[in-house]
Design a protein around this ligand. Structure first.
Ligand SMILES: Nc1nc2c(ncn2[C@@H]2O[C@H](COP(=O)(O)OP(=O)(O)OP(=O)(O)O)[C@@H](O)[C@H]2O)c(=O)[nH]1
Ligand SMILES: [Mg+2]
Length: 420
């Protein structure tokens, strides 16, 4: 269920994402309803006619929940549940539910509980002010409702405090470990990116580990760190896989996951994994940048890793590439980001990525590099203009020659059609 308030142009992708969230929570979406309104209705969020329509649909399809893409207030939720006769939840509640089901480590569980309590606490506050308004603000004082809420709030506050303290301890341990790695001179690389971009798949492909990767949102909640040997550099780096980002991630949730996200904030290099096949990749990349800024990681050097290349039609690749390279651009504090095109699932482009990490460890300033997709980009249908990061003529004049040799050690990267 989504309510189109008339300002969201990419509306279908957002409902797609809601459906994927529902599936990740173990539900099967049976219908989508879009309502068009200028503003949400105060009582029901949608109009009463629309609410009746939803009710009919719920009964006909035997739906057991109605999910809203936008945030609904506690009062709207109650009214809707009464009206529809089934539980009603919004996107944030759904994300919290997934997080709760997925958290495995002690730390992850603590973080999820903190996020849920904080969500609950804000709703209690709102419910309280709602009651207060109803009663003119004074009549309820000392009444049973208020006392109960006061009690609940105090319990929640105490619990929040105790979890925060325990999390602080975990954070201290983590930072000790991180400092130890830094002392040992280990170069720390972190995977970041939108949820479902393929971070864990890439992590597995690079380290040959078996981290849980699945077509689910937030398959990964805990941070895994492995050592990755880079032949090109003759040394190992530490590689961390971590929780994915999502649009409108509730601020409190980001805050709750600080300990986990700190792994990214302390990295020497970020691999920003992008689902190249996503119709909304620009929005997803912007969201990732926003979260990175929120955790203070926006200035860490980045490689843009365009993943799922195998899902793109070969004939689409050149145009899409040109598009990305010129438009999306990966402006990073005014600097262009190095980028590489891979298929983590099929193991394409990984050698280039490794070489790039190696050269970034050693070289300053960072080389620019436009990866393997250019093979296909040079097909007969293409303009014959391979896209480098600058959209220039493709002979890589943005790179200095040393970086070039280092970055291009791999045979399949020497495409038959590279017109330089
Ligand atoms: N076709 C294709 N699918 C891929 C590729 N890489 C990952 N996938 C699929 O994309 C889905 C998500 O992959 P994950 O590795 O779990 O993604 P993630 O970024 O770790 O996701 P979260 O942990 O949920 O944030 C899985 O179904 C993968 O099989 C790729 O290169 N090509
Ligand atoms: Mg993952």
């Amino acid at each position: 269920m989504g309510v189109d308030l008339g300002r969201d142009v990419a509306f279908d992708p957002t409902l797609d994402e809601l459906a994927l969230l529902a599936e990740s929570a173990g539900d099967t979406p049976v219908a989508r309803i879009v309502a068009r309104r200028k503003a949400p209705d105060a009582a029901l969020f949608v109009g009463s006619g629309k609410a009746d329509e939803i009710k009919l649909m719920v009964d006909a399809l035997g739906a057991h929940t109605v999910l809203f893409d936008q945030a609904i207030s506690p009062a709207q939720q109650r009214n809707l549940e009464r009206h529809l006769g089934v539980p009603v939840a919004d996107r944030t509640a759904l994300i919290l539910e997934i997080f709760a089901a997925r958290a495995q480590s002690f730390e992850g569980k603590l973080q999820v509980e903190l996020a849920r309590l904080q969500y609950l606490a804000t709703r209690l506050v709102r419910r309280w002010s709602h009651l207060e308004r109803q009663s003119g603000g004074i009549g309820m004082r000392g009444g049973p409702g208020e006392r109960q809420i006061e009690l609940d709030r105090r319990m929640i506050d105490d619990r929040i405090k105790s979890i925060k303290e325990r999390l602080k301890k975990v954070e201290r341990q983590r930072s000790t470990q991180r400092r130890a790695r830094a002392r040992n001179g280990v170069f720390r690389v972190s995977l970041v990116g939108y949820t479902n971009a393929g971070k864990s798949t890439l992590f597995n492909a690079l380290t040959k580990a078996r981290t849980y990767a699945a077509n689910q949102l937030f398959a990964t909640l805990d941070t895994t760190t492995r050592s990755l040997y880079l032949e090109e550099a003759g040394t190992s780096v530490s590689l961390s896989d971590t929780v994915g980002f999502i649009r409108d991630l509730p601020h409190k949730l980001v805050e709750a996951f600080k300990a986990t996200l700190q792994e990214a904030a302390d990295a020497d290099l970020l691999l920003h994994v992008v689902d190249a096949a996503s119709p909304v990749l620009t929005e997803q990349m912007e969201e990732v940048e926003r979260v990175l800024a929120e955790i203070g990681a926006q200035h860490i050097p980045q490689i843009l890793v365009y993943n799922k290349l195998d899902l793109l039609e070969p004939t689409q690749r050149p145009r899409q590439l040109q598009d990305w390279l010129t438009r999306i651009g990966g402006e990073h504090g005014g600097q262009r980001l190095p980028r590489v095109f891979v298929s983590a699932a099929q193991g394409e482009g990984l050698d280039e990525l490794r070489a790039m990490i190696a050269s970034l460890m050693q070289a300053e300033p960072v080389p620019e590099y436009a990866g393997l997709a250019l093979d296909e980009a040079d097909g007969p249908a293409a303009s014959g203009k391979p896209a480098t990061a600058d959209g220039d003529d493709g002979d890589g004049d943005a790179l200095n020659d040393q970086d070039l040799t280092q970055a291009r050690t791999v045979p399949q990267d020497d495409p038959q059609g590279r017109t330089g």
